[in-house]
Ligand binder design. Sequence first.
Ligand code: ADP
Ligand code: ADP
Length: 227
Amino acid sequence: MIELDHVTRRYGETAVIDDLSLRIEGGELFVLVGPSGSGKSTLLRTINRLISIDDGAIRIDGRDVREVPVASLRRGIGYAIQSVGLFPHRTVAENIATVPRLLGWPAARIRARVDELIAMLQLDGENVLDRYPHALSGGQQQRVGVARALAAEPAIMLMDEPFGALDPLTRDALQSSIQAIHAQTGTTIVFVTHDMDEALRLGERIGLMESGRLLQVGTPLELLRDP
Ligand code: ADP
Ligand code: ADP
């Protein structure tokens, strides 16, 4: 469970996150939606401590994230963003295996995990494992980025507009993959988008952000009923 307790983050005088409180349950697929500049990315990045907070507290399973060594915190939290940042001189398989290797997983387990992720993200049958990132389409690169973030089976997955730059068909396919992965693994997912349609399609619960505050939190039905 992720708990944001009166969190404030300022840049200069401006509170980009403004006294915001929110609970995201374990295993939930939660979508943060709001216009560009409303503070979604900032909020997401306070969870894995890429950004520090000025007031309030963030707890994961009851533990303040500032008390957890940053390396071990981030090991438990996958992070996928739009500009994937795949390592250009490593193959797809090597990219996906990065964190499991760091953790010292045995080779056979890594190989099995890479195969499993390739299947989950519908990259099987496309012969991508030994290719380098530049030889992939944009959609394939995004999928590899998501696979890499999921590789070490993080309990929490933070996703920041990971499909933003893709064509609608590729996006639809990837949204379905995310839902399938969520259903199969029970990973807690916090997904950021500025696209309300995407939020309604994907979210179990949705938080509507504006100017660093949550205007509304609810299921897609609740939001549609009471806009
Ligand atoms: P969103 O993800 O909803 O587009 P962001 O979290 O990226 O919003 O940004 C929220 C606000 O914080 C914006 O007004 C942005 O300009 C501001 N901001 C983000 N990062 C910085 C920074 N490093 N310095 C100053 N202002 C920033
Ligand atoms: P998209 O239209 O989805 O961006 P592309 O036209 O870039 O896709 O690629 C279509 C197919 O060709 C994909 O399966 C991709 O992996 C493959 N491909 C693209 N570039 C290369 C390359 N340099 N070497 C090998 N295969 C490639």
